[in-house]
Design a protein around this ligand. Structure first.
Ligand SMILES: [Zn+2]
Length: 237
């Protein structure tokens, strides 16, 4: 099945020195959501997984929107747009970064950025969006020792569920890097699905532990975004 599940990182004005692929300007993001609302059928990850599990055909044009890392900028630049177009999203959160900053990006040339607080996450939940786990520390899971791997996958779920009072059914692998061991634990922890990046697997009822997602940033504008949607809709990408 070829259902585009898009992922964004930061939405906001471009910062000098920051990697462009991790940033979508607010105007570009709004344009993407407008195209999705008009041309596709945006669904939540839960709806998507339920469809896949039930074996019912997924309506043509279905797409989903996700955000990694929990940048605070989404409050200002993404939430109002999602509301305007009635698009449900999933936010993948690093529990160790809540209310703090993206310390896992140290080493890049840009200053750290604020990450959503628990109160802000509760606001996002109240607007009808889902929260998923993106581990406790944002460390790459590939090659990690089992006891730490277990903590990153199980603990993050437990913390999010306790603090927000909601079930956490989705997991996203930092940098999209997964391993057989990580996939096994994602299943064991009770996640409905695990989400990777371009290197993930196609959406299929046989295996939902590391499903492919499509990166989006400012470089996809207008006709280009429509074209991408079109190609994916027909299974050509
Ligand atoms: Zn991330």
């Amino acid at each position: 099945m070829n259902v585009p599940v898009f992922y964004y990182h930061r939405i906001g004005p471009f910062r000098e020195g920051a990697p462009r692929r991790l940033n979508a300007a607010p105007e570009a993001f709004r344009e993407h959501m407008q195209v999705l609302a008009r041309r596709a059928r945006p669904a939540s990850l839960d709806t998507l997984v339920d469809w896949v599990r039930s074996g019912r055909p997924i309506p043509r044009g279905t797409a989903a929107v996700t955000f990694d890392d929990g940048y605070r900028h989404v409050l200002e630049y993404a939430l109002p747009t999602l509301k305007e177009f009635g698009i449900p999203a999933t936010f993948f959160i690093v529990t160790g970064g809540v209310g703090a900053d993206d310390s896992w990006n140290d080493g890049s040339r840009v200053p750290r950025e604020r990450i959503l607080s628990w109160d802000e996450l509760a606001r996002i939940v109240a607007e009808g969006h889902a929260i998923g786990s993106h581990t406790c520390s944002h460390a790459v899971l590939e090659g990690m020792a089992e006891d730490r791997l277990r903590r990153e996958i199980f603990e993050s779920k437990k913390i999010l569920e306790e603090r927000l009072g909601i079930p956490v059914r989705h997991f996203a692998y930092p940098q999209g890097r997964f391993s057989l061991e990580a996939e096994r634990l994602v299943r064991e922890a009770g996640y409905a699905a695990g989400w990777a990046t371009r290197k993930g697997k196609p959406l299929s009822n046989d295996d939902l532990t590391a499903v492919r997602r499509v990166p989006v940033s400012s470089w996809i504008r207008g006709p280009r975004f429509r074209w991408e949607l079109f190609l994916m809709k027909w299974g050509l990408r």
